[in-house]
Every structure is written in structure tokens, then in C-alpha cells.
Design a protein around this ligand. Structure first.
Ligand SMILES: [Zn+2]
Length: 205
């Protein structure tokens, strides 16, 4: 009998957005399907966005790389739940010629070059606006099931990716490196692939 071996997804500093989305699916899809509704997922996203805003306002940014990494993780989880490709949505709504498989670092450089005159504080404000827009459009979509709100939600998710990469750039963080730091071994909590821990209370500081 032949045993088929499937290599577990591994994340590296030069991983692409697509790779991170696939990684997220492999690690978290089962536990997220079991434990999280889409509005709860959007709430997790908002929770990390509020932490980014708080610690930037207080000029204590030691944990911001972690918070931004968790935000991208929840954005990818939502993208997976909605059956979308984050890479495609970013290419469409952020109007960027994005080669499939391009490292996140490359994307970060491109977005940084677009927003050189934007301050860190304004970049955080933009990030909060886009993330709250995701939650708002998700709720509209749940209420109406209108495709317009579905597309608006996808647009806000793509714009959230751009905004968080801009914030990372303003902080001189490489988001690709930050993601590898927290997710290289699998789930950032239990370090398994897939996550074997289940529901996470995720008390955020
Ligand atoms: Zn886990």
C-alpha cells in the first residue's frame, strides 16, 4: 500500500501573500470553521487594529509587529472563509501589478513608495478605517446578501492589507520577517500544523 505524504505548509520570511493565505487555510480553517462566525472574525481583526492604534499613540511599538501579523492572519482567515484570493483582491482593488507568488516584502516596498508623504499616525488611521469598513460591509452583506456589499467587503479587505503593510513600513518592520517569526513553526499558539488547540481567547495586550 502506498502512503501519500503531504508536506505541511511552512512559512518563510520571503513567503507570498498567496502562500500565507494557503498556510492560514492549512493551519486554521478547521478550528475557525468550528469556533468562529464571520462577524467574530471581523471583531478579532478590529481588536488587533485597536492595539496598533493604542500603542502607536503611546509611542510604545514593541508589540506592533505581532499585532500586524495577527491582523494579516485574521484577514486571510476571512478571505478563506469567503472563498476569495487575497492576492487577486489586492491586485484588483489596490491597482497593482502583482505577480502571483511575489514575496510580501516586495508588496510592502511597492506600497511604501506610494505613501512616502503619509505619517505613521495617518497610516494607522487609514488602517482602522479600512478594518472597520470590512466589519461594516460584512454586516451589510449578511443582512442583504447583495453582491455590492460582498465586493465592498473584498475591497476593504484588500485595502486593509495595503494599509497594514504601509504601517509596517513606517515602523521599519518587514512584515514577511514578522510573520515568519510568529508562524514559522505552524500555529502561533500551539505550534502545530494544523492548529490542534481549538478556540483561542486571544487576550490581546
Ligand atoms: Zn493552535
Amino acid at each position: 500500500m502506498t502512503t501519500i505524504q503531504i508536506s505541511p505548509a511552512r512559512l518563510h520570511a520571503d513567503s507570498s501573500l498567496q502562500a500565507f493565505q494557503t498556510f492560514n487555510r492549512t493551519v486554521y480553517e478547521a478550528v475557525n470553521n468550528r469556533d468562529f462566525g464571520i462577524l467574530e472574525m471581523a471583531c478579532r481583526l478590529a481588536r488587533y487594529a485597536s492595539r496598533v492604534a493604542l500603542w502607536v499613540r503611546k509611542a510604545e511599538m514593541e508589540r506592533t509587529g505581532y499585532h500586524l501579523s495577527m491582523m494579516l492572519s485574521w484577514l486571510c482567515a476571512l478571505t478563506n472563509r469567503m472563498g476569495l484570493s487575497m492576492e487577486q483582491e489586492v491586485a484588483t482593488y489596490c491597482v497593482i501589478e502583482l505577480q502571483s507568488g511575489a514575496p510580501i516584502a516586495e508588496l510592502q516596498k511597492t506600497f511604501a513608495a506610494r505613501h512616502t508623504d503619509v505619517s505613521l499616525e495617518r497610516a494607522c488611521l487609514c488602517l482602522a478605517e479600512k478594518v472597520l469598513g470590512v466589519a461594516s460591509e460584512l454586516e451589510y452583506y449578511q443582512e442583504t446578501h447583495e453582491v455590492e456589499h460582498f465586493r465592498n467587503m473584498a475591497k476593504r479587505m484588500a485595502q486593509s492589507v495595503e494599509a497594514l503593510l504601509v504601517v509596517a513600513g513606517k515602523l521599519d518592520l518587514s512584515l514577511g520577517e514578522e510573520l515568519a517569526r510568529y508562524f514559522e513553526g505552524g500555529c502561533n499558539h500551539c505550534h502545530r500544523i494544523p492548529c490542534g488547540f481549538g478556540f483561542r481567547t486571544d487576550k490581546v495586550v
